[in-house]
Design a protein around this ligand. Structure first.
Ligand code: 5GP
Length: 192
């Protein structure tokens, strides 16, 4: 399952909610070179790497996809991470930027549920990022700039959730995931 959308759109919150609702889902922990936020845990939220470590993994072809999402800030999905989740029989859930998401979709095709989480407006996104207080002014500016571009890609996704009211967005996400899972693994026929 793929959840894309601008930074601050609420996609990570929605993804965490889905993992509570669907025990067969496992978060695909990405690698990144950005600094760890105080509430984040290495190996749970991200694998925090130095730029050299990240580049070595690029050289060794260890990524399913990677992007320099912001200047000098690399993010990537590790092949091993995905293999581990799938080999253990779980459903992988990806929270990546739009470019990375489109790469992942190319590799998994129709097996993958793709969802774009859209903030109601750029203005709203600005307010959320300010309220979250995780970004410097420079980083905030870069995130907003990228968000405006990313919002133009929503039409390339099969599902779009507008996150105006978080509780509604969570319900929408649960409904979309349920429908997808029912299609992939049909409910047993009661009569047979
Ligand atoms: P943040 O710094 O807010 O955690 O993430 C910034 C952006 O990078 C978000 O849009 C997030 O979804 C994206 N991101 C996180 N992990 C990956 C990844 O493995 N690959 C790509 N391409 N983007 C990622």
């Amino acid at each position: 399952m793929l959840f894309c959308g601008p930074s601050g759109s609420g996609k990570t919150t929605i993804v965490h909610h889905l993992m509570q609702q669907f025990p067969m889902m496992r978060f695909s922990v990405s690698a990144t070179t950005r600094e760890k936020r105080p509430n984040e845990v290495h190996g749970k939220d991200y694998y925090f790497l130095s730029v050299d470590e990240f580049k070595e993994k690029i050289q060794n072809d260890e990524f399913l996809e990677w992007e320099e999402v912001y200047k000098d800030r690399f993010y990537g999905t590790l092949q091993k991470e995905v293999e581990r989740i799938l080999n253990d029989g779980y459903v992988a859930i990806f929270d990546v930027d739009v470019e990375g998401g489109l790469h992942i979709r190319k590799q998994f095709g129709r097996q993958l549920l793709d969802v774009f989480v859209m903030p109601p407006s750029v203005d709203d996104l600005h307010k959320r990022l300010v309220a979250r207080a995780t970004e410097s002014e420079d980083s905030l500016f870069k995130r907003l700039d990228k968000a405006e571009k990313e919002m133009n890609y929503a039409f390339r996704f099969n599902h779009v959730i507008v996150n105006a009211v978080l509780e509604d967005a969570k319900l929408d996400a649960v409904k979309i995931v349920k429908e997808f899972l029912e299609d992939v693994v049909p409910e047993p026929d009661e009569e047979s």
